[in-house]
Every structure is written in C-alpha cells, then in structure tokens.
Design a protein around this ligand. Sequence first.
Ligand code: GUN
Length: 282
Amino acid sequence: MNQPLILDGKKVAESVYQKLLLEVSLLSFVPRIVFLRVGEDPASQSYVRSKEKRCLELGLRGETIVFAEFVSEDELIDKILTLNRDKDVNGILVQLPLPKHMDKAKVLRSIDPLKDVDGLHPENAGLLLQGKPRFIPCTPIGIVEMLKFYQIPIEGKRVIVMGRSEIVGRPMAQLFLNYNATVTVCHSKTQNLKEELQRAEVLVVAIGKTQFVKADMISPGVTIIDVGINRVDGKIVGDVDFDSVSSKAAAISPVPGGVGPMTIAMLMKNLSLAATLQSQKN
Ligand code: GUN
C-alpha cells in the first residue's frame, strides 16, 4: 500500500529556528512581543501559552496580558494604543476569537501595522494582496515554508484552498497566487465540491470540520495540508481523515505535528522581522 510522505512540521520548525537564532543575534536588542488574550477560552489559553513558551526557549521576550471576558472594546484598544507607543514593544498579537461584543476589525485596525506580527491589519493584508507583502499571516506562510522544505513545487500547480477565513483561507490563496500557482478557493457554498477537489495537485484544508476530507474526494498523488485543529474525545484531529486519504495522497501534514508548529515558528520569524524593521526606522 502507498505510504505518503509525512510533512513533519516540528522538523521544519526546528530548521526555521536555527536560522532565526542567527538573525536575532545580529540585532542590538532582544525582540519583545506582547500577547493580548480576552476571556478564558481553553484553546486560546493553550495557544498563547505555547507561543510564550517558544519565545522563552529562543531567548526572546514574550508576555501575556489577560483581560476579563466582559472587558470593553475601548479598554482593549487603549491598551493596544499604549503598546503601539512603547518603543520597547516590537510585536503585538491579539489572540482570536474575541468575545462577541467586540468589533474584531476595529480592534485589529488599532494595532500599529509595523507591530502587527499576525499580518491581520488591513495595511498588511493589502500589501499581500498587491504582491508586496510585509507581515504575512503565520499559518499560510508556514505552509509555504513547509512545501519549500520538502521541495514540493507550487509554481504553475493547481492548488485548492478549502476555506475562506481572514486568517487562513484568504491570505493562503493570495500567497499561492504570489508564487504563481493556479488557485481555486472552495467553501461551504461551492457546488460539485468533489469534482473541484479532485483537480487539486496541492490541497489545503482549513474548514474546521472534523475529518471532512476522505479518500473518495481526492486524486492519487495529491499533496494535502491539513490546517484543522478539532478536539474530539480529548484528542486533536484534523479536517482530513488521515487514515482514509493515506493510501492515495503523495504527501500529507499530520495533526498534530504538521501545520501547528509551523504557525508558531512563523510568528517568531515575523517578530524578528518587526524588530528589524523598527530598528531600521529609528
Ligand atoms: N486564533 C487561532 N489562531 C490564531 C492566530 O494565528 N492568531 C491569532 N491572533 N489568533 C488565533
């Protein structure tokens, strides 16, 4: 039976960290990031903890400010504006999702675009759209980094992105376009989904639906990137039914251990870029 190449995000992340340590050592200061977390969502708590831990492991400065679930939007934005002015802060990350009473777009717009290490400020999203990126959202750029590491070509390939979220699907499609792929975006209203998916040479799945993609939806030889993080009976599973597609896919990223470690690695890279850009500005 066919055994797909396993795209090992932990291994690729380690190689990113090797290069990053050198990059950071060239700076005259230690980059600092502040994470803003609102409420006690267990998944958000765990993500922010992992990001902060990685900062410490790399000798970077990372700290978290926690707000109560009912904090006002104004109070959160005031904090962001204070951090924008603080020359000792290089990166600001507002962990999503935010509570329903907040206008996410307004909050993200208040972050200084030069400190927006998540790449979600409209200025950074616009630069990506124009093919002149500065900060690229961490999951999409992590996926490209992983494909490059395993020498899986993107240029000219039929790439399908499933999902159109602001944080993964949309920037992922833009980024693949910048790499000269032929890009299709599929989503919940797509008709003849199976036929679309079967055309993919590279398939990125970011829909938040447990083990949705099965063997009958894909063509042999496809490379599959699974962005899903779904909690089922205390276990983390992806949006792709790994066991089912394994006999057909040429390569696949596992969950956990695929995209997740790459997202954090690219955040650290974006922090280093933010520190570098700010040191050039001053
Ligand atoms: N929530 C889930 N993933 C992310 C991410 O990459 N950045 C932010 N800010 N929030 C998230």
